[in-house]
Design a protein around this ligand. Structure first.
Ligand code: BGC
Length: 747
């Protein structure tokens, strides 16, 4: 009897419902598809941009609204606000079949409330927090009628010259995969169709981050093994987290533009990975196959892209101009079009748009969520977690590290630098400017003023601009600084210096900012340097000569408050670098998990006939996973449950971490592994697990990591995922140079 009840339960609860729903959905999708003309089908694959913002040329080709009315547009990007999305949807409702539009937007790190740039958030190593910021972004965007965000960007980036490093999770596949999944879950919330969820999009498929020379849009040439091992895992993680869509990429991969790659889109994504969602092209990337010399003209490009599995054409107008004809000429199989259209219709049904096309565009809800103070709190919390303390030396005068500053200690603080009073730059690239930003975004100046509430006298000098050679402001900066007890210098990049098409060949602080810092140090006063940027910068003089350095990236709406929290000890920094910081550009590409060579590098001082530079140490300026705290942590010995592991056994690695300092603080405990001998040369070490723990002063915690054969595996020469028997070394610690070691053998 119990068995039958259980059986009934199983049948009526999850599997049955899923089955019933999807077959019901199939029927509804098919019922619409059957009614559609070829032109209407092509329309669903045509994505237009409003003239609001763009990252490529906007084609002006007649009355866009009329095309919507004729059912010739399936989705729109860059339409902001509930009122606008609603009014455009009203036009779509005048079309013959009343198929609703999808509204898409690059909601990359917040919509109305701006969060730290994704690279900064990655520095928090706080997976739950990143899911939460994506959640809030979705809540705000969905209320404006946005159904679809073109995020997360999950491209692995090992080259800080590439401007889009700011948009991803850094250089590591494991960390990147964890973050990719969290962001997808955050955006999609309880699932597509929930009123506060947006469809996520894993982009850019694939290997866009490996552009040669770090130059955006450039060629990528790499082994499939490397592709599988380093660049694909975050995409796979996004797929497994249920991501609704993928975007292909501008680059060619081994000679084939990703947009025209059947291997990437049909074989790998829709085939091996059984991805059922939408694949959208990147902006104009179908048309760009002509420039690649891969398609003869726009028609040929449409043919190649459709065959290769690009479902939606964003802004190339290749599908709208040529797909119908290609079908009539029997060059494109109708089944391919039907499949692409069904993918789009499915999502429209899942979103509930066929039942109510206006359900997301809600001006009242928009007002309520846009002015939600909880969202600002989430932003402040995330911004604090994203900050990385790079250096904090003991100052002889007080015999303690310069930071945190004591609110009462400094009678007079000088805030110097071009970013002290910046507003928009705090938001970074891929954020929208809203009319009330000047009162909404908290500058550094405002944040410190809020913190000190008049108790300390604050003075300000800009000193110089972010770029340019003008040093005429130095004199007054010197004067302001000399009259103060402590100087906080805020330097870095402007928001438009890192991002799409913002590759840089030199990574020093732009303009005369480093000179300004030198001037400040020359006053003999204690100096704290804050660096705001969208990428790792090169700042060797500062690293060598300034006692306290805080890397703040671009932190968003609550930047100033968050920085003040860290400076004055209301938050103990816990960020760890998600990307290696080079000493100079000549070291690039630079990453911690490089392969073992036959002439391994020995030390920064011994470089004879080993893989090294003769004019530069091998070591980076700051290693992956590095970041300081106001407290200190001590690691015990690593203990394993076994020294010989069978393939179906789990390995447990235990370590005790103790807070040996005076402040409560969080530590990201990181576990790295090395496969010592294998059929393919393996990295010197690879991140396999981490855990972020909060410890009170004097508190110890035993942390247990559990790994299995999958964690020990890699892609062999036949692209099979294998775990090979042999010795493995394991290292646990607070950064990628972790020294607490244990070894075991996989049988
Ligand atoms: C970018 C995409 C973005 C698209 C739409 C392109 O230039 O590469 O990441 O989603 O523009 O704005």
């Amino acid at each position: 009897m119990i068995f039958f009840r259980l059986l009934l339960l199983v049948l009526t609860v999850s599997p049955y419902i899923i089955f019933a729903q999807s077959s019901e959905l199939d029927k509804r999708v098919d019922s619409v598809l059957r009614l559609m003309t070829l032109e209407e089908k092509v329309g669903q694959l045509h994505q237009l941009s409003s003239d609001f913002v763009a990252t490529g040329p906007i084609t002006k080709d007649g009355d866009k609204q009329d095309r919507v009315r004729q059912g010739k547009v399936g989705s729109y990007l860059n339409v902001t606000g509930a009122a606008r999305t609603r009014s455009l949807q009203e036009i779509a409702m005048q079309s013959r079949l009343r198929i609703p539009l999808l509204f898409a937007q690059d909601v990359i790190h917040g919509y109305r409330t701006i969060f730290p740039i994704p690279l900064a958030e990655a520095a928090s190593w706080d997976i739950a927090a990143m899911e939460q910021t994506a959640r809030v972004a979705a809540i705000e965007a969905a209320a404006s009628g946005i159904h679809w965000t073109f995020a997360p960007m999950v491209d692995i980036a090992r080259d800080p010259r590439w401007g889009r490093v700011m948009e991803g999770a850094g250089e590591d596949s494991y960390l990147g995969s964890r973050i990719a999944a969290a962001r997808v879950k955050g955006f999609q919330g309880k699932g597509i169709g929930s009123i506060d969820a947006v469809m996520a999009c894993a982009k850019h498929f694939a290997a866009y981050g490996a552009a040669e020379g770090g130059r955006d849009y450039n060629t990528v040439d790499m082994s499939l093994r490397k592709l599988y091992e380093v660049y694909l895992p975050p995409f796979k993680a996004a797929k497994e987290a249920g991501v609704s869509s993928f975007m292909n990429s501008f680059n060619d991969l081994n000679g084939v533009p990703a947009t025209g790659s059947s291997f990437l889109q049909r074989k790998l994504l829709k085939g091996d990975w059984t991805f059922k969602g939408i694949v959208v092209s990147d902006w104009g990337s179908i048309g760009e196959m002509v420039n690649h010399g891969y398609a003869t003209d726009l028609k040929d490009a449409a043919l190649i892209a459709m065959r290769a599995g690009s479902d939606i054409d964003m802004e190339s107008r290749a599908y709208s101009a040529h797909l119908s004809q290609l079908i009539k000429e029997k060059k494109v199989d109708t089944a391919l079009i039907n499949d692409a259209v069904k993918r789009v219709l499915y999502k429209k049904f899942e979103l509930g748009l066929f039942d109510d096309p206006y359900r997301f565009s809600d001006e009242k809800r928009e007002q309520a969520v846009w002015n939600n103070t909880t969202h600002l709190q989430v932003a402040r919390e995330m911004a604090r977690k994203s900050i990385v303390l790079l250096k904090n030396e003991v100052v002889p005068a007080v015999n303690k590290p310069l930071l945190p500053l004591n609110k009462g200690d400094n009678k007079k603080i000088a805030l110097v630098g071009p970013l002290v009073k910046a507003i928009g730059d705090n938001n970074g690239f891929w954020s929208y400017s809203w009319p009330d930003d000047s009162s909404r975004v908290v500058s550094l100046w405002q944040g410190v003023t809020n913190k000190l509430a008049g108790a300390t006298s604050l003075t300000y000098a800009k000193g110089c601009d972010i770029s340019g050679a003008d040093t005429t402001g130095f004199a007054s900066a010197r004067q302001t600084a000399t009259a103060a007890d402590l100087i906080i210098v805020s330097v870095g990049e402007s928001a438009t210096m890192s991002g799409e098409a913002k590759s840089r060949s030199q990574l020093q602080l732009p303009g005369v900012q480093e000179q300004l810092v030198k001037e400040m140090v020359a006053t003999g006063k204690p100096v704290v340097v804050l660096i705001s940027a969208g990428r790792p910068l090169v700042f060797n003089w500062i690293a060598d000569n300034v006692p306290a350095i805080v890397y703040t990236w671009w932190l968003g709406t609550q930047a100033g408050n968050a920085i003040a929290d860290v400076l004055f000890g209301d938050y103990n920094p816990s960020g760890k670098l998600p990307i290696t910081f080079p000493r100079n550009e000549g070291q690039i590409p630079i990453y911690y998990n490089y392969l073992s060579t036959g002439r391994p590098f020995k030390s920064d001082t011994d470089n004879t006939y080993v893989t090294a530079y003769t004019d530069l140490p091998n070591s980076p300026r700051y290693v992956f996973g590095y970041g300081l705290s106001y407290t200190s942590f001590q690691y015990g010995a690593v203990q394993l449950n076994t020294n010989t592991l069978s393939k179906d056994q789990k390995l447990q690695a235990k370590i005790t971490v103790t807070n040996t300092g005076k402040y409560a603080g969080e530590e990201v405990v990181q576990l790295y592994m090395q496969d010592v001998v294998a059929s393919i040369v393996r990295p010197v070490r690879e991140l396999k697990a981490f855990e972020k723990v909060l410890l009170k002063p004097g508190e110890s915690r035993e942390i247990t990591f559990t790994l299995d054969a999958r964690d020990l595996s890699f892609y062999n020469d036949n692209l099979e995922l294998v775990a090979e028997p042999g010795t493995f070394h394991l290292y646990i610690g607070g950064n990628s140079q972790a020294t607490q070691k244990a070894s075991f053998t996989l049988l």
